[in-house]
Design a protein around this ligand. Structure first.
Ligand code: MSP
Length: 522
């Protein structure tokens, strides 16, 4: 049995349409899962939408819709966006799915029976934007929520509470003894600090204040707090059930990585860990917290009118395939750091890396192969794994795998581009056109072979980012479209004719269109 890899993303709120911040996360996650699928057949990606809570309830009311209608309308937009970006999830869960709702009720009941949930009366400051109670010390000087810049509502209610404080030490021990649990590791101290002051949390709201949610079994006055509902998706989706967990659950759990944004790391590393501990389930192997995407260096916000939908970028640049956008987003920030989207930067980066560096190299080399050898590789051209370029290629492969093991997606793409740079330099330094002029045909053919074999490596390495460009390169090389790493050994291109003049096509065209100014539609 091949090693399994189970990846989840955060589930998005459906009170609006997807923007490129949501897309950033789904692209990172998709790049990781596609890479893992190159190594194992047992890789599974879950994404989804978070559909309950006061925000949906309020937005639906403002729009004169039922909450379910609003969820359905926006869910369709998320689904469409992920299709356009070729996010290859295996499953998309909605927290309004009946199966999910049933198991969340069971989970709540189980936590109650374990003595970890109790009823208490509470007065707190609730931010509807965060769907959480805020600690007065975390507010701005003017008493506003620091994320939404809105005054939280003072709420006095009788609620159920979860004994989070009971798990404080156990979670701290787990974090300390599992260095891969929170990634990047620079976030570990922040979480350990938060743990020190953690208190029990309210895990239900009265029906009077929040109707749109999963009810507590046996108590019709209460609605289950959205975060218990939302976090549970990671297990309900794959068939967790208190009495009878599915085979799929047994195969996939514990999850290998929860890919989430840095803003919700506390919910995943502390709340979710405590819930899993109470249920007697293993904790995830890793939580990877990515940074945030800004637009032209500003935070994306409806009030600034700078929210961009991924579809609008593809449309404005007349891109039929999402490869360039995927590549740019996945390379936009080093692991865990914030990144920025700008039209100029996008154009420059993809023109430099995909059109010039990779695309031109392939094009020039295939054209030389046609010009000097009628598109044919001869056996004397084939080099072995000790040739200089073969060693560089193997090194690039190792580094890419290593970066992926630490969720360093941009870092891995930098390795691929640096390898392409090195191959370009190799071609310039060895000038196959001069070798041909001097009649040194075997040497010339060897340089072309090394370059084409390197291109094959690049095609496979870049597959998770650019699935279509990757397939096109392999087709141009007359190779099977197979992205598995077991194909990634030197010397796969064999002797024989691989191309002819009119088969050679650019795999990526430069982006030269002027970006439309009316793209901000979300
Ligand atoms: N519903 C919760 C998550 C529950 S997970 C059990 C939520 N939803 S969200 O729609 O607000 O955000 C979904 C994901 O998108 C989060 O991981 C969040 O960090 C990410 N992003 C939202 N805006 C973003 C950017 N501008 N940039 C990068 N990621 C961003 O939180």
């Amino acid at each position: 049995m091949q090693e399994k890899f189970y990846l989840t993303t955060a589930i998005d709120y459906v009170n609006g349409a997807p923007h490129i911040g949501h897309a950033y996360e789904k692209i990172l996650a998709d790049v990781i899962i596609r890479h893992k699928r190159q190594l194992t057949d047992n890789a599974y990606m879950l994404t989804g939408t978070d559909e309950h809570g006061i925000k949906i309830q309020k937005t639906a009311a403002q729009k004169g819709m039922t909450p379910q209608e609003l969820c359905d309308e926006n869910f369709a937009k998320f689904e469409q966006a992920w299709k356009e970006l070729e996010i290859s999830y295996d499953q998309i869960i909605r927290t309004t799915d009946e199966k999910h709702k049933k198991v969340v009720k069971q989970i709540f009941k189980k936590l109650y029976e374990n003595g970890d949930i109790y009823k208490n009366s509470y007065t707190g400051l609730y931010c509807a934007g965060c769907e959480t109670f805020l600690n007065p010390k975390d507010l701005t000087q003017d008493g506003l929520c620091p994320v939404h810049m809105k005054k939280p509502e003072e709420v006095k209610e009788e609620n159920y509470f979860f004994r989070l404080s009971k798990y404080k030490e156990k979670i701290a021990d787990y974090i300390k003894s599992h260095p891969d649990f929170i990634q990047p590791s620079v976030r570990v101290n922040e979480i350990l600090n938060q743990l020190e002051s953690i208190e029990d949390i309210s895990v239900s709201r009265t029906k009077a204040s929040v109707q749109w949610g999963i009810g507590v079994e046996g108590d019709d006055t209460q609605t289950i707090y959205v975060w218990i509902d939302a976090l549970s998706n990671y297990i309900t989706a794959i068939g967790y059930d208190i009495d009878n967990p599915s085979e799929q659950f047994k195969n996939l759990w514990p999850c290998n990585v929860h890919v989430i944004g840095k803003d919700i790391i506390k919910f995943h590393s502390i709340y979710w860990s405590a819930i899993l501990m109470s249920l007697g389930l293993d904790l995830a192997n890793s939580i990877f917290a990515h940074g945030w995407i800004t637009i032209d260096q500003s935070k994306m916000s409806k009030s600034l009118g700078n929210v961009i939908a991924p579809h609008d970028v593809l449309q404005a640049f007349k891109l039929e395939k999402p490869d360039a956008f995927r590549y740019y987003m996945a390379s936009a920030a080093l692991s865990g750091k914030d990144g920025n989207y700008s039209d100029e930067d996008f154009k420059e980066k993809v023109n430099a890396d995909l059109a010039n560096n990779i695309g031109n190299l392939l094009n020039r080399t295939l054209n030389m192969l046609v010009k000097y050898f009628d598109g044919e590789i001869k056996s004397e051209f084939i080099s072995d794994k000790n040739s200089k370029i073969a060693v560089l290629a193997e090194n690039a492969k190792k580094q890419v795998i290593e970066h992926f093991n630490h969720f360093e997606i941009a870092e891995a793409s930098n390795v691929i581009v640096a390898f392409a740079d090195a191959v370009n330099k190799y071609v310039t330094d060895n000038a196959p056109w001069t070798l041909a002029k001097e009649g040194k045909m075997i040497e010339c053919g060897q340089v072309l072979y090394n370059t084409l074999e390197a291109m094959r490596y690049i095609a496979i390495l870049i597959h998770p980012y650019c699935p279509n460009i990757s397939a096109d390169i392999l087709l141009q090389l007359n190779e099977d479209v197979n992205f598995k790493y077991d194909k990634l050994t030197w010397g796969n291109i064999k002797e024989g004719k691989i191309t002819e003049k009119d088969k050679i096509k650019p795999v990526f065209l430069r982006l030269d269109s002027e970006f439309a100014t009316d793209k901000k539609k979300v």
